[in-house]
Write a protein that binds this ligand. Structure first.
Ligand SMILES: [Zn+2]
Length: 112
């Protein structure tokens, strides 16, 4: 993880920016996404602990090592655009998109 990547995660969770450069990061939406990941049990062990700390105490409470962990699992779940139509995927639909193979809700319903 480079300092740049760490910056991106910190900025994302400050609600002032985004991870990919394409999507605005509303901190409430990001928090909801985080809540979803926690609720469905998508995160385990250290990652879960860090997610809860991030959720409740904010990104400023995390160490660089913890931010690196966040970046790793966030990269796995973060899908900014639909793999089929290329449409932007909002945070509220992102976990669904992850489960649906990287497609937006509309394309997933349509099928290929
Ligand atoms: Zn789509």
């Amino acid at each position: 993880m480079t300092p740049d990547e760490e910056d991106r995660v910190r900025t994302l969770y400050s609600g002032a920016g985004d991870l990919s450069g394409g999507q605005s990061g509303d901190s409430n939406e990001v928090n909801e996404f985080l809540d979803t990941l926690i609720k469905v049990g998508a995160l385990e062990g250290a990652a879960l602990g860090i997610a809860k700390q991030l959720r409740h105490q904010g990104v400023d409470s995390l160490t660089s090592t913890q931010v690196a962990v966040v970046h790793r699992w966030l990269s796995e779940f973060y899908i900014s655009a639909c793999g089929r139509c290329g449409g932007e995927i909002p945070w509220s639909e992102m976990y669904g998109a992850y489960l649906g193979g990287g497609m937006c809700a509309y394309c997933e319903e349509e099928g290929c």
